[in-house]
Each structure stands twice: as C-alpha cells, then as structure tokens.
Design a protein around this ligand. Structure first.
Ligand code: ZN
Length: 326
C-alpha cells in the first residue's frame, strides 16, 4: 500500500505545506488551525507545531486531545516537543497537535460544546456542525501533508486502559507501525465509520491509535509507554537517530470482550491491569454494603486484561474488565 516505512522512498518529497505555509528544511513553526468564533467573539485557534529536519523524510503527525479530557496523550506529545529542544530532528517532519478538541479540553469533556464526538464526523464539511468543521479543517489543511499518524487516547470515565495500540484490521502498514511502536499489547480493531481512522485508511495513510489510562487523569506509566513508542517510530522513520532501546515484542490480540457485573454493589478488582488470565479465574468480586452478598467475577475466556473499571460502586451489567483475546 503506502510506503512511509521505507525511509528511503520519501527522498523525493520536498514540499511540506501545512495550513497554507510552506515549511522549509530546518524550520520550526507554530501555526494556527482556525475553526470557529465563540459567542464571546473570541476566535478559537488550535496550535499546530511543526518541526522539519534539515534532510527530507517522512511527515509524522502526533495527534492528541481528539477527546478533550484524555490528557495522557496531551502530555505525551508535550514531552516529545520538549525532547526536541535537546534532540533536534535529523530528517523528515514532525507535526504535533497536542490538543485538537480545545473546546473539550477547556471544559474537561470528551465532546465538543454541542455534545458531538469529533471522532464520528470525519471527513467533515466546511458548512456543517462544529465537529464537522473541525474535522474538515484537519482533513484539508493538515492531513494532506502527512504520511504517518499516531493518535493518542485514554479510556472513558472510570475505565483505565492498560497501554495498548489498536491497529486497523486488514491494514498491513498499520500493523507494521504498531509493531515498531512496540507497546505491551496490540489489538486488532474493527473499523468505526466516520472516525479519523476510517478516513485515513481509505486515503492510504498509516495510522495507529494508542490507548492508555483514563480520562481526566495523568498516569506516569502510560505516558512513558506512549513516549517510548513514539520515540521508536520517530527513530524508525529516521526523524531521530536510533534505535535507543531494544524491542520487547508486543502480544497480539485478535478480539476483545467485556466482562460485566453479575450484580450491583461495591466492586473489588483483584487482578492487575495487563495481566494474563485463564478462563474461570476469579478477577474480582462485587459485594453489597450489608455484609451478606459477595459475588465473584470470573473470566469467561482466557486472555489479557486491557481495561479495568475503577468505579468503587457498580450496577448489574456494568462493564468491569475488558479482556483481549489472542
Ligand atoms: Zn479518545
């Protein structure tokens, strides 16, 4: 398909044009993606940071904050940008959007102010809803210049994701990118309509989605895992010299299923996130507050725990453990 993983094939690409600006070798810009004006008349601008190395090479986009309250990704991108002060790019271009959904980031919410999930509106349109306009701006002003995308996310409320990558089923370049990133676990993910992933898949741009931690919470282990993976991809693409560490080898997961709560009550998880579990193993228990009822939560299948519900109190049927199956 596309060939951003062969650093030798990008040699002929000399024009890097983002948001109407031609970025020349060795240049660094902070550009603004302009989307909307608020009812306070304040115009909303989304900073797009661009660093270009002295030599030609692939263009990598680090995208975070598609969901405004998923701050682990935002901090991971911040750390990469900070690292660039000590370790400038050798070649190629790094485009970083640490916070795409600035509206959600200000309000610490996943969605845009109108309640829409930005990741269900790609490729968007110039005259649509705010979500649609924002998607359209990214699609027309930034993505045409990009060869490879790493999109960073966290679990929703009270859902702590063990660091993992999701790659697109049937997309070899996406799987290859996931293996280079080398997280503990990689999960094959079905396509979700109108997501940025489905748009980029159709366009032939390599894309992986990082999942780690939970919304409105910074987790050091998750951020370090993302930083390490991004660094490995940058080194592979030749943006940085490398490799700076050796490959661990990710465990591949073909599908995933949720284990739900057998009854309402206080939830006591017993297994660590990321651990391997066997069928019928007790993963935790749910108890009522009165000392009588204690129900074990058993694994209906063998696999790896990729997400744990961190809520202290749950209802019957609530998703408790997400199990990735090999
Ligand atoms: Zn997300």
């Amino acid at each position: 398909m596309n060939a951003p993983f062969d650093p030798g094939t990008a040699e002929t690409c000399t024009l890097v044009r983002i948001l109407g600006t031609s970025v020349l070798p060795g240049e660094h810009h902070v550009l603004d993606l302009q989307v909307a004006r608020l009812y306070t008349r304040t115009s909303v601008e989304i900073p797009v940071v661009v660093h270009r190395g002295k030599e030609d090479g692939p263009v990598l986009l680090l995208l975070a904050g598609v969901h405004g309250d998923e701050v682990n990704g935002i901090d991971s991108v911040r750390r990469i940008l900070n690292e660039l002060k000590e370790r400038p790019l050798e070649r190629g271009t790094l485009v970083a959007i640490p916070v795409l959904n600035v509206f959600g980031f200000l309000a610490m919410k996943r969605e845009l102010p109108d309640g829409r999930d930005l990741n269900r509106f790609f490729p968007g349109s110039a005259n649509g809803s705010l979500a649609s306009r924002l998607a359209h701006a990214l699609v027309t002003e930034v993505l045409p210049a990009v060869d490879v995308v790493i999109d960073l996310h966290s679990g929703a409320d009270q859902r702590f994701n063990h660091a993992h990558l999701r790659y697109t089923e049937g997309d070899e370049a996406s799987l290859q990118l996931a293996e280079i990133f080398d997280p503990p676990l990689i999960l094959k993910a079905a396509m979700r309509e109108k997501s940025i992933r489905s748009y980029l898949h159709e366009k032939g741009t390599s894309y992986v989605l990082f999942e780690g931690g939970k919304a409105r919470s910074l987790d050091e282990d998750v951020i370090r895992e993302a930083f390490r993976g991004i660094t490995r991809v940058m080194e592979h693409l030749g943006l940085w010299k490398g490799p700076s560490d050796s490959k661990r080898g990710a465990t591949a997961l073909a599908s995933s299923k949720w284990v739900r709560s057998p009854n309402a009550g206080l939830f006591h998880p017993m297994m660590e996130n990321g651990s391997k579990v066997q069928r019928d193993m007790v993963l935790g228990f749910v108890s009522d507050p009165y000392g009588d009822l204690v129900k074990p939560v058993k694994a209906p299948y063998s696999g790896y725990i990729i997400c744990v519900n961190t809520a202290p109190v749950v209802n019957q049927g609530d998703a408790l453990f997400h199990i990735g199956i090999q």
